[in-house]
Design a binder for this molecule. Sequence first.
Ligand SMILES: Cc1cc2nc3c(=O)[nH]c(=O)nc-3n(C[C@H](O)[C@H](O)[C@H](O)COP(=O)(O)OP(=O)(O)OC[C@H]3O[C@@H](n4cnc5c(N)ncnc54)[C@H](O)[C@@H]3O)c2cc1C
Length: 48
Amino acid sequence: MFEVRPKPGLVGIVGAGGAGLAAAQAMQARGVPYVLWETGSGLGGNSR
Ligand SMILES: Cc1cc2nc3c(=O)[nH]c(=O)nc-3n(C[C@H](O)[C@H](O)[C@H](O)COP(=O)(O)OP(=O)(O)OC[C@H]3O[C@@H](n4cnc5c(N)ncnc54)[C@H](O)[C@@H]3O)c2cc1C
């Protein structure tokens, strides 16, 4: 059984593709501080 237990602190998200943006949205909705790194020039990853 897999259980997610949120811990206080800063979450690091690598890549602003669909997965990264979804993770950022989930963090935002839960009030969890995060930093999102994107190496490219825009958001969206492969779907751009
Ligand atoms: C040619 C092609 C066509 C596709 N067509 C479709 C389609 O029609 N429909 C569909 O549903 N899916 C399609 N897909 C699949 C879809 O693009 C992927 O499933 C989806 O983009 C994966 O999202 P992701 O966030 O995991 O990765 P990605 O979209 O690849 O995003 C990853 C991001 O991380 C960034 N990154 C990488 N390394 C670092 C680093 N070290 N530091 C900071 N940032 C970093 C990249 O610049 C990128 O912005 C296609 C894929 C390809 C290649």
